[in-house]
Design a binder for this molecule. Structure first.
Ligand code: XMP
Length: 328
C-alpha cells in the first residue's frame, strides 16, 4: 500500500494556475468524499497554510466548515481584520472570531523569560480553542495546514508534526490535511488560484507567539502598540520600495529599554525600534539584506516622528549565526 504521507515520485511540482486548478479540483473531490455530511473545524491563524486550507475547504464543503480565528493580541497590524474581511465577508465562511487580547496580555503581565512567554501563549491558545470548540456540536473533523516540510521535519525528528501554534495532541477529530504533500511555493500557487489576496498568499513567516517575542522582556500594552505601529510603517516602506516579495523576513523589535532623546525641543526618554531584515532558505542560517540608505533614512524619520514612545531606530546587522532571526 502506498504511504499517504509520502509524496509520489512522479508528482508534478505545482508551478502554474492550470496545475493548481487541477490540484484544487482533485482535493475538493477528496475532501467531500472524506467529510461526507460531517462538520469540520479549522484553527485559522491567517498564515499562508491555514488560509489556503480554509479556502479549499470552503470550496469543498461550504458551511460544513467552521473556522476559529483567535486574536491573541500579538498579531501584526491589520492581520485579524484581514482574516475577517477575506473569510467572513468575501468567502462567506462560518468564522468565529475570538478577541482574546486581554486574556493573553493579562496572563503575560510581568513575565519576562522568553520560554515562559512562549509556553503561556501556546498553552492559552489551546485553552481558548478547546473552550470554543466545546461549544460546537457534531464536529467530526479537524482541518490542518500541515505541509510537506512539516512531515519531513517530523520524520527527521526536527519538530513535532503539526503546524500552527500547536493544537492539543488528544483531539478526537479525524484530520483533514489537503495540502500535506505540497511544498510552500506550491501552497502559494494554489492559494492564488483559489483567489486569496496576494498579501495573504505571500505573507512572511510569522512566529506562533507573534509580536510577543519581538516586544522583548515583560510585554506592556503601550510598548506593544508602539511595536505594532512601527512594524506597519516598516512593511509599508518595504512594499513601496519593491522589497515585499524579495526579502524573506523583515520586522521590528522594540526592546524593553529606554534611552534619552529629544523631541520638539524637550527631553524624550523613549524606546528604540530595531529593524531586522534577513534572507534565508530554511531559517537555519540567515544573512542580512543590504538596505538602501535613503530607505533606512525614510523609515527612521517616519518611525521616530509617527510612533509615540520611540526616539531611535537601529538596524541589526547580525546574521544567523550568531544571532537567531527573532530576538527571543
Ligand atoms: P529563529 O529566531 O530561531 O527563527 O532564528 C527561525 C524562524 O522560526 C520562526 N520562529 C518561530 N515560529 N514559533 C513559531 O511558529 C516560535 O516560537 C518561533 N520562534 C521563531 C522565526 O520567525 C523564523 O522565521
Amino acid at each position: 500500500m502506498t504511504d499517504p504521507n509520502k509524496r509520489p515520485e512522479n508528482m508534478e511540482r505545482i508551478t502554474n494556475e492550470a496545475l493548481a486548478n487541477a490540484f484544487i479540483e482533485e482535493q475538493v473531490e477528496a475532501c467531500r468524499k472524506q467529510i461526507g455530511d460531517g462538520n469540520v473545524l479549522l484553527a485559522l491563524s491567517g498564515g499562508v497554510d491555514s488560509s489556503v486550507v480554509a479556502a479549499l475547504l470552503i470550496k469543498a464543503v461550504g458551511k460544513q466548515l467552521t473556522c476559529i480565528h483567535v486574536n491573541h493580541g500579538l498579531m501584526r497590524k491589520g492581520e485579524s481584520e484581514q482574516v475577517i474581511e477575506v473569510f467572513r465577508n468575501q468567502l462567506g465562511a462560518n468564522l468565529i472570531y475570538i478577541d482574546a487580547t486581554d486574556r493573553f496580555l493579562d496572563k503575560l503581565e510581568g513575565v519576562s523569560d522568553p520560554e515562559t512567554k512562549r509556553k503561556i501563549i501556546g498553552g492559552e491558545f489551546i485553552r481558548v480553542f478547546e473552550e470554543e470548540s466545546a461549544k460546537l456540536e457534531n464536529i467530526g473533523f479537524l482541518g490542518q495546514g500541515t505541509i510537506y516540510p512539516d512531515i519531513l521535519e517530523s520524520e527527521a525528528g526536527v519538530k513535532a508534526h503539526h503546524n500552527v501554534g500547536g493544537l492539543p495532541e488528544d483531539v478526537h477529530f479525524e484530520l483533514v490535511e489537503p495540502v500535506k504533500l505540497l511544498y510552500k511555493d506550491e501552497v502559494r500557487v494554489v492559494g492564488k488560484a483559489l483567489g486569496l489576496p496576494e498579501s495573504m498568499v505571500e505573507r512572511q513567516p510569522f512566529p506562533g507567539p507573534g509580536l510577543g517575542v519581538r516586544c522583548t522582556g515583560a510585554i506592556t500594552r503601550d510598548r506593544l502598540n508602539a511595536l505594532r505601529e512601527a512594524d506597519a510603517i516598516l512593511r509599508e516602506e518595504f512594499a513601496n520600495a519593491g522589497l515585499a516579495g524579495k526579502v524573506w523576513q523583515y520586522f521590528i523589535i522594540v526592546p524593553d529599554y529606554k534611552t534619552t532623546g529629544i523631541k520638539d525641543g524637550k527631553r524624550a526618554f523613549e524606546w528604540p525600534a530595531v529593524i531586522r531584515a534577513v534572507n534565508t532558505r530554511d531559517a537555519m542560517t540567515a544573512t542580512i539584506e543590504r538596505l538602501d540608505y535613503d530607505l533606512l533614512d525614510r523609515i527612521t524619520y517616519r518611525i521616530t516622528h509617527e510612533v509615540p514612545g520611540i526616539n531611535r531606530v537601529l538596524y541589526d546587522l547580525t546574521g544567523k549565526p550568531t544571532g537567531t532571526i527573532e530576538w527571543e
